[in-house]
Ligand binder design. Structure first.
Ligand SMILES: [Zn+2]
Ligand SMILES: [Zn+2]
Length: 86
């Protein structure tokens, strides 16, 4: 991944998180009290499958959240390898 792409991703990510914060404050989005993946009761974190849809989030415990990002990185890496050989 190019460094410009990374910077763009960071901006998009910040914007998406900001949007989620606003939506929770206004009641547009509801933050559950447990992880949507494993059901662990804790202070959940909003996770985006796609930063272009800032309000399309799932709420995960810190552990599942980390795992979700690990999976996303793996998928990205695989895609880059595929395009490199194509
Ligand atoms: Zn979890
Ligand atoms: Zn996330």
């Amino acid at each position: 991944m190019k460094i410009e792409d990374l910077e763009l991703l960071n901006i998009e990510r910040r914007r998406a998180y900001y949007r989620v914060g606003l939506a929770i404050e206004s009641g547009e989005l509801e933050r559950p009290d447990r992880c949507e993946r494993c059901g662990y009761e804790c202070e959940v974190e909003a996770h985006h499958e796609d930063y272009e849809n800032p309000l399309k989030v799932i709420f995960l415990c810190p552990r599942c959240h980390k795992a979700a990002h690990r999976d996303a990185r793996k998928r990205l890496y695989k895609r880059e390898k595929e395009t490199a050989t194509a």
